[in-house]
Design a protein around this ligand. Structure first.
Ligand code: GLY
Length: 579
């Protein structure tokens, strides 16, 4: 058939989604192929363990720990501390995050919440000016933007409770790299240059990341002596060095000098919360993810529950039908996010209601198979009432059957841009993840309300979604991503690509992504979605917007004793390595 006729046929294909059907695809429970030799792109494979992160030096640090007999938690902790040195825009000890662990021996899943907490002096209207408007930049680039950091407490608790090696051994690679320095890549140099204004505003930050009045460039060495000393103190004295010792004193002094509100008591009282993961089932696979104060797990499961009503595999990857369905499903989930999600220690989040199949059955009735529903017409739904750019992700799997998915963050690249003087520690700007004022979007364009209002000691709502998928009770997929509000939809598409479209984890990673978050009503898409598909989506009423890369997954797929790892090439500095 001539090319022209083929194109016409494509455009004339009916736009309708197939009629929802009940779980018949669940029985097809994906017949994944593990011979990747004929695939266009293949993951890294190994038989004893795998580490995947956004920076090769951190991946190698984790791999060395696995080779020494450490378990996946040991390796994850080493990766976390090392990223604080070699990925200084997102890796951190001045921020916070989430770690999800599958412990093979007990067959238990553990969710460690080391998200930052608001200081006890935080107030609901702290980012509003005298007219009641959000004061530009106050929740992002001032000492008031900083939440009490949780990373040191979180990684230490993980190591002490679930690891097998001493904390000091897990800190050793980070200390060495901070002390001796490492060569800045073109990718990191570009980020440093983009953040020159925010980092350059603070002498303590300039002293580390600038040379001759300009940000460090590719090929130059980043040496972080103060950070090395802070890490050495943590290695010698444990997390109390950070929360009560000399590091705490320096952070409190930094705050006092610049009208910040975090004081010694805030640091001393910081605590990690061990939470119950959220769980769902998708086409025969068990999906385990992070509960509130992450919104990620809840909405990934909510969206998968909706997707299970549709023949996603038959629709085909990135077809117009498939992307229209995804866009509708995403709008419904993000509308609910704006209304219901927040810190469960302060508000009742209807987790069961939002993740129930019955609620998904109701929601899918709102999806028009032919036309995009304007976001303005979508309001948060009614789940069963209450029962009770920059971030980074890394995944680890060991030979004992344990897997760890960790996502942690400073919020934006280099967080607030502020280094606490004398510590080498970059401080987060996580307070911007709260809703500064109902209806006013944050840095990711996300809108929130009362559920995510600022309150003393509360944790801001997050999108970070470390996720583990089990098949027959055993780890099958470990994944997650940075990307602010796009984390949830990125993780969803990775799961869908593997389970529905039977892609190997490399292919599932590189396949172009979309993102829709209800407000603003935009379907953002990466380069690589076909022009024909975009035309069809436009005709259905989607508001299309080209996007820079969406997410950067770091994933492991496991079959038997074979590990397949893939670091998203959207960040060229990352790597997957196994042995
Ligand atoms: N700071 C981005 C997030 O936690 O979702």
């Amino acid at each position: 058939m001539p090319k022209y006729q083929r194109l016409c046929l494509t455009l004339l294909l009916p736009l309708s989604l197939s009629i929802p059907f009940a779980n018949s695809e669940a029985q097809i429970a994906a017949n994944i192929r593990y011979d990747t030799s004929n695939d266009i792109v293949s993951p890294v494979s190994a038989q004893h363990g795998m580490v995947v992160s956004e920076q090769n030096l951190a991946t190698q640090a984790g791999l060395d720990i696995l080779k020494r007999g450490g378990n996946a938690v040991d390796a994850a902790v080493a990766v976390g501390f090392t990223l604080a040195v070699v990925l200084p825009n997102a890796g951190n000890i001045g921020g916070g995050g989430f770690m999800l662990i599958h412990d093979a021996k007990s067959a238990k899943d553990i969710a460690l919440d080391f998200r930052e907490m608001a200081a006890k002096g935080a107030q609901r209207n702290m980012y509003l000016d005298a007219q009641g408007n959000v004061a530009p930049g106050r929740s992002l680039f001032t000492h008031l933007a900083v939440g009490v950091p949780g990373t040191v407490a979180g990684l230490s608790q993980a190591a002490n409770k679930y690891g097998s090696l001493p904390l000091k051994d897990l800190l050793a690679p980070a200390i060495k790299l901070a002390e001796q320095g490492f060569v800045i890549s073109p990718h990191l140099a570009a980020i440093l240059d983009a953040e020159r204004e925010h980092l350059g505003a603070w002498p303590s930050s300039r002293a580390i990341f600038f040379k001759d009045g300009r940000p460090l460039q590719a090929g130059e060495k980043l040496v972080q002596k103060d950070l090395a000393q802070s890490l050495r103190l943590i290695a010698a004295k444990g997390p109390s060095a950070f929360y009560q010792g000399s590091i705490a004193k320096k952070i409190a002094a930094e705050m006092a000098q610049h009208h910040g509100i975090i004081d010694a008591d805030d640091l001393k009282n910081y605590h990690v919360a061990e939470r119950i993961p959220v769980k769902g089932n998708y086409r025969g696979y068990e999906v385990i993810s992070m509960p509130p104060p992450s919104s990620g797990g809840v909405h990934i499961i909510q969206m998968l529950n909706m997707l299970e009503h549709f023949p996603v595999a038959a629709q085909g990857s990135n077809s117009a039908q498939n992307l229209h369905l995804l866009s509708e499903v995403m709008k419904l989930a993000y509308a609910d996010r704006s209304e219901y999600l927040g810190d469960p220690d302060f508000i009742n989040v209807p987790v069961k209601g939002l993740t129930s199949r019955a609620y998904a059955d109701e929601l899918v009735k709102k999806i028009n198979p032919d036309y995009a529903t304007p976001s303005a017409q979508i309001k948060p739904g009614h789940p069963q009432p209450y029962e009770s750019d920059q971030t980074t992700h890394f995944s680890v799997a060991d030979t004992f059957g344990n897997v760890v998915a960790t996502t942690y963050t400073l919020n934006l690249n280099f967080g607030s841009g502020i280094v606490a003087r004398g510590t080498g520690i970059v401080l987060n700007n996580e307070m911007d993840d709260f809703s500064a004022k109902p209806g006013v979007p944050n840095a990711f364009g996300l809108i929130g309300g009362d559920a995510n209002a600022i309150h003393a000691l509360k944790r801001p709502l997050s999108s970070m979604s470390p996720t583990i998928v089990l098949k027959d009770g055993k780890p099958f997929l470990v994944t997650g991503s940075p990307g602010g509000s796009r984390i949830i939809t990125t993780t969803l598409q990775t799961i869908m690509n593997v389970i529905d479209h039977h892609m190997n984890i490399a292919q599932a990673t590189i396949t172009p992504r979309i993102h829709q978050q209800w407000m603003p009503d935009q379907l953002r898409y990466e380069t690589g979605i076909s022009v024909d598909t975009l035309k069809l989506l436009e005709r259905q009423g989607e508001h299309l917007k080209p996007s820079a890369s969406i997410g950067r997954t770091q994933s492991i797929q496991i079959e038997g004793n074979q590990f397949f790892g893939y670091s998203d090439p959207r960040n060229p500095d990352g790597s997957a390595a196994g042995f």
